[in-house]
Design a protein around this ligand. Sequence first.
Ligand SMILES: Nc1ncnc2c1ncn2[C@@H]1O[C@H](COP(=O)(O)OP(=O)(O)OP(=O)(O)O)[C@@H](O)[C@H]1O
Length: 582
Amino acid sequence: MIRRLYRLWPHPGLLVQLWSLTAALAVLQGLLLGLLVPILRALLQPEPDFAAATPWLIIGAIGLVAYAVLSVIATPVGFAAAMKLAVQLRHHLMRHVTTLPLGWFTADKKGQFSRTVTSVAGTLSQLTATIGGPAITCTLVPATIIGVTFVVDWRLALLLLVTLPIALVALGRSWRTVAAVSDDMEIAANEVASRAIEFGQAQPVLRAAGHATTGSVRMRDALDDHRHRYRRGLHRMLFPDLSYSGVVMAGYVAVLVFGVQFLLSGTLSIPDTIALLVLAVRFLEPLGAMVDHASGLGAMDYLSERVESVLRTPSLPHSPNPVRRLEDASIEFADVTFSYGGPDAGEKPALSEVSFRCPPGTTTALVGPSGSGKTTVTRLIARFFDIDSGNVRVGTVDVRELDHPVLLENIAIVFQDVYLFDTTIEENLRIARPDATWEELEDAARHARLDEVIERLPGGWQTRVGEAGAQLSGGERQRVSIARAFLKRAPIVLIDEAASALDPENESAISQAIAALSDDPGRTVIVIAHRPTTLATADQVIALDGGRIAEIGTPAELRDAEGTFARLYHQYEHARSWHITA
Ligand SMILES: Nc1ncnc2c1ncn2[C@@H]1O[C@H](COP(=O)(O)OP(=O)(O)OP(=O)(O)O)[C@@H](O)[C@H]1O
């Protein structure tokens, strides 16, 4: 456990400080108790020898003062440590997450990460500071007492020595059970949380179906399961707890029986027997107290595993001598094969042997049926994932050789599902370039046709867009994203055009904004196109099907070829006319 905690805190100075203090206190406690032996030997005689007892009493008094001072220091150090450890652990997690492939950030992983950074890191740090100390005390005090007992009577010392590992094994079992039970409970709690969210979101449907008060069956099942697992967990923890307490009690009875036996047989003096029985109580007491900490230790074990599982995720490999400059804004795929599960997953690749080139300053439209690999192409250009074989080159350099921040600086991405922060429009745009001037902001907004939206908003540029941009429509959010791309002035722009039907105003604004991005000869644009207007203006069209390139050519060439592109083009045209006349 200590090794694991060491791994979690890369600069464990604070842990060392905290634990050294606790260890010093524990050893001091054991030694102070050991002073009972010479003191009782000197005083428990027919003629008490005060002169012989005095030096030990003085040493004991000094030891007690030192113990009191260290205890006073340890309390605030413990409190401050819990907070500092949480901050350090959170920074460590955040630093690691920034090195992970962007493809790691699925909805699941985002949820897991947010829980790990908030509650898991906080509770683990708290437990490390509060339970780690007593756990050291509970181990070191008995260990010191064994040492002292060896000096007085090796037979009783051996008895204590045998009790210690048996008690620790029983304790280990107890806390492993706690960890397993916590795991089980977490699964049930997550299920309840997911069902509760679903229950909230499904309210309109439930009400329409007349089940608003009875709730959804899935929610009730999740709550039943949670209750069931909780009860089962309590039963599972009962036996290990009892077996640990049993070992501790048996150890105490054995010391008592053998101590009295040695006294009666004359091999142990009265003062030594009294001192050793007191020591035996203090030996077993902290061991007994460990059971109170077992659930905390079990939880620490479980929480450390949760943090480690994030930290174990391999970072995006980086080249030892990364290239920091792009030659130009070209994009090239050479025989690229890629599977989301990796080359050994045995799944059908999302892209197979894909090769194409986008010369600098051109616009390429990606088309193809759903699942054909269009989004995957854009993700690989931005190196969200590493490919299985082939090369993805940006600016003539393989993306694996490029410095990753430099690659991302050169690319602007307009997602279909745009994420906006719950802050003002201005701040949402400034994410693309924090030091942009007002002229640059206004320019970008005008090009993206966002200025019309801003004019309509009550607070103009300072209007807050709400959680995840909920105050804006899908088309308006995409205009913010396009404005960010203009503001960033990246030479490469990747666009996932909104596939859903937009109102005519947003539709024409977005088409014009994309056309403006494409018109700039300094930009290379790859657009996942869903509208005939976007397709018509592209320099090159790549039609994908089942992860392979089905056709490649200019829009005019492919329209005449009567292949995949022509079929999709006619479908888009048809859908559009249907949408307009409907
Ligand atoms: N994160 C992922 N993990 C595993 N498989 C994925 C992931 N994303 C996409 N896929 C799979 O990869 C294949 C290509 O998906 P991709 O999203 O690139 O297609 P697309 O042409 O963009 O589809 P759409 O038009 O529906 O967005 C599909 O079979 C899809 O199920």
